[in-house]
Design a protein around this ligand. Structure first.
Ligand SMILES: *[C@@H]1O[C@H](CO)[C@@H](O)[C@H](O)[C@H]1NC(C)=O
Ligand SMILES: *[C@@H]1O[C@H](CO)[C@@H](O)[C@H](O)[C@H]1NC(C)=O
Ligand SMILES: *[C@@H]1O[C@H](CO)[C@@H](O)[C@H](O)[C@H]1NC(C)=O
Ligand SMILES: *[C@@H]1O[C@H](CO)[C@@H](O)[C@H](O)[C@H]1NC(C)=O
Ligand SMILES: *[C@@H]1O[C@H](CO)[C@@H](O)[C@H](O)[C@H]1NC(C)=O
Ligand SMILES: *[C@@H]1O[C@H](CO)[C@@H](O)[C@H](O)[C@H]1NC(C)=O
Length: 696
């Protein structure tokens, strides 16, 4: 009996989780845990995979390259590692045992048991959608709190450091650094030789990393070789307040930048948090093409309120209590809105928010007198991992729901560069441009017209997002200023949308195809969107003309696009056996344009479950892979909760399957849940499609 019981228990355990995972995970163990994720260049994750504790691996940049970030806790003269994977020869710290991992939209919290105390390690990357200064601060919090777990008091010191890997994609390059003291202790690190707007392996080669903590009387600091600084803490429980000025390559005796705090005697009440901030700041941040091919240097928006990085960091550290409470309010609202759909859905949205915002930066320009022009806010987004394009229209488009949900004005700041550039007349094509520049942070346009050609895709996307913004923000500034561009793109759609030429859609990895049913949907909704735009501006005859053109296309499209069996839409006209996710119908519902009849939705709703694999419905009949963003968009237009939940639960199952250790990839295999080539992309903002709506 006993033996049988044990065998059963072991089998059960093996069936539900990797045996290595001994902690509770709420809501689940994601492929990678966001640690400090705020901009394309401040993006630190724990590659968690099927179950890696906070002290079982180094944090990594979104690309997978290591970002040294180490943490120790000394409890009654026994030292435990709690963060990263440091090795210091001649010392043998114990390892804290991870007890739990919890993530919300803005926070990742680990509880680590270090012998007789529990250490709570909270990583907060604020999402501040309604405050451009706060949202643009490229800083993230690490807060440590300790309490006894055995009823006795213990003597505790904590330590953390970062390496110079935070400032480059090439560790053979020379870094230099300084430590400043005062109310705040800050280590500032940078490359000795900088390249403005330059990248190596997606890391920016310009600007500085900042690691800071409050200079309380229990605080000590030290810079120097990794094993020297860490051994100093391990052996003494404090640092030497010394600086290493032998500037050298990042990987040459690995310089690290450490802080320690003495918490004294800790009992069973949790200590107030010991706070650190980590950040990466560069200035200027973006070069942006204006009229006549001139390039404007733009700065991150926070400079409008702070004259130095030091003052911004001081504010940021001092604001922690407020920031945490704003974060909790944001997290619980998203959780409650998403939980109204399902618990699986709430888990997906929580994992998606930092990743989406972490691809963006808000910038400003200067007036001719040198003052900041805060009326000129522009938001930039890096496509991330599929390539480094700037403000890719068909990446903003899938991400759109997260901006609609949090603050639609951010959507306007993302679209404005695209409008402003095309209004200068430098872009030669008559359709909407694909992106603002091939390589972030260079928003230098495509005056040769050789951007990735997605004419139908991007023209439709621009019209749809522009009307969506106008409706949600109740602001006609975009449509009145850029009416003629919008109309120009509409002419293209009127000519090309019903019978789409051989071309790629946003799903370019699947290849080009003529007569794509889903592209035609986008084009037709785009024409109808322009009819609404014209109507809002009092252009009634234009409005009724475009409205009747869109309406006249629908029955023709139905004829072309419905399979001969009459029970599903095709992938492309006439290919009766083909099908795909008709996710562009989401735009018709979002805008309330309702050009497509409800019979199309109910037909698709009944069809999808018949072609589902174990991890969801493939993107289309060409392959068995799918996209998580488009799956959730399709869930948002499902007419039955069964089909809706099929999509949501499939994405959840994939996200929680432990097969990847990269920041969430939106492109994956439906047969086995393995990830395809993308990761960390902002398109996961589209996972908020079921909580975004036209009406506030
Ligand atoms: C470090 O390098 C930067 C960039 O070249 C330079 O401006 C700065 O003066 C150097 N700092 C030190 C402490 O050498
Ligand atoms: C951006 O343009 C600058 C030249 O202005 C160049 O040095 C830099 O390498 C470019 N950055 C990227 C990521 O291509
Ligand atoms: C601007 O900075 C001051 C001083 O740090 C701060 O009190 C204020 O809240 C900041 N304003 C914004 C909009 O962040
Ligand atoms: C696209 O569909 C139209 C309408 O069915 C058809 O006339 C045309 O031949 C198709 N084009 C291609 C390339 O299949
Ligand atoms: C409707 O719009 C189309 C496309 O711009 C145009 O060719 C046509 O003349 C317009 N019709 C009327 C009645 O304005
Ligand atoms: C699709 O089915 C229709 C109706 O049976 C038929 O006319 C058409 O030729 C079929 N298309 C192809 C490519 O087989």
């Amino acid at each position: 009996m006993r033996i049988a019981g044990i065998v059963t228990a072991v089998l059960l355990l093996a069936a539900v989780a990797d045996a290595a995972v001994t902690w509770t995970a709420t809501p689940f163990n994601p492929a990678a845990v966001p640690l400090a994720v705020r901009t394309p260049y401040l993006s630190a994750w724990l590659p968690q995979g099927s179950g890696t504790a906070l002290n079982d691996a180094w944090p990594t940049f979104w690309t997978g390259s290591i970002l040294g970030w180490a943490g120790y806790i000394n409890v009654d003269n026994t030292v435990y590692t709690f963060l990263g994977d440091p090795v210091v020869s001649g010392t043998s710290p114990a390892k804290a045992v991870q007890k739990s991992l919890t993530f919300t939209a803005t926070q990742s919290t680990f509880v680590m048991t270090a012998g007789p105390v529990d250490l709570t390690v909270n990583f907060l990357s604020p999402v501040e959608p309604t405050d451009l200064v706060l949202q643009s601060l490229p800083l993230s919090y690490l807060a440590l709190s300790v309490q006894s777990n055995d009823g006795s008091s213990h003597n505790v010191q904590v330590y953390t450091d970062i390496s110079a890997e935070w400032v480059t994609g090439d560790n053979s390059l020379t870094a230099n650094w300084t430590t400043t003291t005062g109310d705040v202790l800050t280590h500032q690190v940078q490359l000795a030789s900088q390249t403005q707007f330059g990248e190596v392996s997606d890391h920016i080669q310009q600007g500085s990393a900042y690691y800071s903590t409050l200079n309380t009387n229990s605080a000590t600091y030290q810079t120097g070789q990794d094993i020297v600084v860490r051994a100093q803490f391990i052996n003494n429980g404090e640092l030497a307040n010394t600086q290493d000025t032998n500037f050298r390559a990042v990987s040459n005796n690995w310089p690290v930048f450490g802080f320690a705090h003495d918490l004294g005697s800790v009992g069973s009440t949790a200590t107030s948090p010991v706070l650190f901030s980590v950040g990466h700041v560069r200035d200027p941040a973006i070069q942006y093409i204006i009229s006549g091919g001139a390039l404007q240097s733009r700065s991150v928006y926070f400079w409008s309120n702070y004259s130095s990085v030091a003052s911004a960091i001081s504010f940021f550290l001092g604001d922690y209590g407020n920031a945490l409470s704003r974060a909790q309010t944001f997290d619980s609202k998203l959780n409650s809105d998403s939980s109204a759909i399902s618990t699986d859905y709430a888990a997906i949205t929580a994992l998606s928010v930092r990743q989406a915002f972490g691809a963006t930066e808000i910038t400003i320009s200067k007036n001719s007198d040198g003052s900041w022009n805060t009326d000129d806010a522009l938001m930039f987004m890096k496509e991330i991992s599929s390539d480094g394009n700037v403000n890719t229209v068909d990446v903003i488009f899938p991400a759109w729901p997260v901006f609609l949900y949090t603050n639609p004005v951010l959507g306007k700041y993302l679209l404005l560069p695209l409008f402003e550039y095309q209004a200068t007349g430098q872009y030669p094509n008559k359709w909407a441009v694909h992106d603002m520049g091939a390589s972030y942070p260079n928003a230098t346009g495509h005056n040769d017209g050789n951007d990735e050609p997605m004419p139908l895709e991007e023209s439709g996307n621009m019209l749809i997002m522009t009307l969506s913004y106008t409706q949600k923000a109740n602001d006609q500034s975009l449509i009145s200023t850029y009416y003629s561009l919008l109309d120009q793109w509409t002419q293209y759609l009127i000519a090309e949308a019903l019978i789409p030429a051989n071309q790629i859609s946003t799903d370019d990895f699947a290849g080009a195809l003529a007569n794509q049913t889903n592209l035609a949907i986008k084009g037709i909704v785009g024409i109808k969107a322009m009819s609404e735009v014209a109507s809002l501006l009092g252009q009634t005859s234009v409005a009724s003309n475009y409205s009747s053109i869109a309406a006249s296309y629908v029955p023709q499209w139905q004829q072309y696009a419905t399979a001969s069996t009459g029970n599903h839409l095709t992938l492309s006209y006439g290919d009766n056996a083909s099908w795909g996710l008709s996710y562009n119908l989401y735009a018709d519902k979002l805008l309330g344009t309702n050009v497509f009849p409800s019979s199309v939705y109910t037909m698709q709703d009944a069809w999808y479950p018949t072609v589902a694999q174990s991890y969801g419905v493939p993107l289309d009949t060409r392959h068995t892979y799918t996209k998580s963003d488009w799956s959730i968009w399709t869930a948002a237009i499902a007419t039955s909760t069964t089909t809706r939940d099929l999509f949501i639960s499939s994405v959840y199952k994939y996200a929680a399957d432990g097969e990847s250790n990269q920041p969430l990839g939106d492109w994956y295999e439906t047969t086995d849940g393995s990830v395809e080539g993308f990761r960390a992309r902002p398109v996961v903002g589209g996972h908020l499609a079921l909580v975004s709506s036209r009406d506030t």
